[in-house]
Design a protein. Sequence first.
Lengths: 77, 531
Amino acid sequence: MDELIDILKNLHADVDYEKCTALIDDKILDSFDLITMIADIHEKFDVIIPADEIIAQNFNSAKSIYSLIERLLDDEE
Amino acid sequence: MLFTSLEFILFILGVFVLYYIVPKRFQWKLLLIANVFFYACAGIGGMVFMGVTIVTSYAATVCMDRLQKKADNCIQSQKGIWTKEERKAYKKQVKKRKRNILLDCLFINIGILAILKYTNFAIANINGIAAAFTGNGVLAYTDFVLPLGISFYTFQTMGYVIDVYRGKAEAERNIFKMALFVSFFPQLIQGPISRFGELKETLYKEHNFVFKNVLFGVERILWGYFKKLVIADRILVAVNTIIGQPSEYYGFYVFLGMIFYAVELYADFTGGIDITIGIAQVLGINLTENFERPYFSKSIAEYWRRWHITMGAWFRDYIYYPMSASVPVMKLSTFTRKHFGEAVGRRLPVYLVMFTVWFATGIWHGASWNFIVWGLLNCTVILISQECRPLYEKFHAKFPKLKDKCGYKCFQIIRTILLMSVLRLLDCYRNVPMTFCMFSTMFTRFNIGSVLGGGLLTLGITVYDYAVVGLGVMLLFMVSMLQRKGSVRERLYEKSVVVQYFAVLFLLVAIIIFGAYGIGYDANQFIYNQF
């Protein structure tokens, strides 16, 4: 989780990612941030997030992003 | 059949009446017949291409759906028998077969669009290169006629096919219902580009006559006609004069032309969408909104989230995200990070994807270099502002209260409007060198005195026209301000019947008295029809 928070902090340092649950809905992260983050996640976690998983509910909070990564890693195993 | 023609108004009146007279189970069938009639009026030839899109998309989606359901059943029946690896291998095999079907469908439909829309552009470029070496063009131009609305219905249908592939939408098993989705006449020519999952909720349903829905729909249609006929088509004459005679109209005229065009395009396109959404609303069908007061945007990125929303979302969901998350782009990201460092490695793949998407957006608007350059310049401005983000953050950290100041917000809004208007000069002059040349005259040839000292009245419109457009724009602005606090029609609905009656009557009378038509008036097509 800490690695993910580092990635997110790189995008917007001033956001409280532990608490925020509307990163997409409140337009804190835009599409540019999203694809930068997806590339960063690929680097750190060695997982590719498929296009059909790029939906608001998967990216609204650090927790949901982390769950997505775990699910994809589990699928790959 | 133009939206602004008498035939179209009679046509929609006929459809409205019949829609609520026929038994409800026939309503969607009536709409399909109306679509066929509407499309046939534009020429029978175009129906063949639409037919190909309907049949191939229907076949592809049904095949993918069957394949997936069969696979799901198979996996279920093998639960506890197959190992995880066996299950994964089977899923992979099914996905590959689905992907092949998807690619075949995309190839046929995007291929048709590409051949019809871009062949002459490709020939012009080949001839240009050949002429540089031999002095002559080598290929003859084709005389393909672009079927009505092909860009819009192809994108809408391909979005649906991809959604079925992704498992986000169920395949429609009734080919006639599928045909209705592809050809729904109000949105056929200029969007919005609907998603099947959303549109089907109301498109195939049986609808009762609901007075509020019909009233809201009629109000929206009238508001659309007001924007188109009273504002857009009136200012259009001045825009055409400035663009059409660049040797006479340079300097400050170019600035005026770009502001006039900003007004014209907004009134024209949003007016058309208002008519479209209004017609659908009278029929009880909900269409997605395509605009969210874009001229109140504080940056170009925000502007593009609020202008032609459904097109932006289409490019985002079906090109931008899939490309960004693709294996080659991820590999490129790893490679560039390793060889050029974190800073370049993080940016390069993202920038590459952005430029590709904006190239596609540009060429979707038209098969010519001016649209491609326009798209790439939009991308460049967005990327520059993205790069400047740390600077903005530092600046705002120093002046934390500035962001909330009304004056600063106005500055951001005006800056965005001006930037977008400058880029749109490429759309006006339709010639890249000419555009840059005319843009430069704004700074080199000062003629503001002669423009304001009578020049304005040489643009083909009178003082009366300027006054009508000015009042129309003021009304547009006031309504946009009111919309920030919620639906204007909802608030109007809470007022007495007299007030509602007066509002509808006011719009109707304004269109009849101030609309740009009459003897000698040449009904103008909506700007976005050509795309």
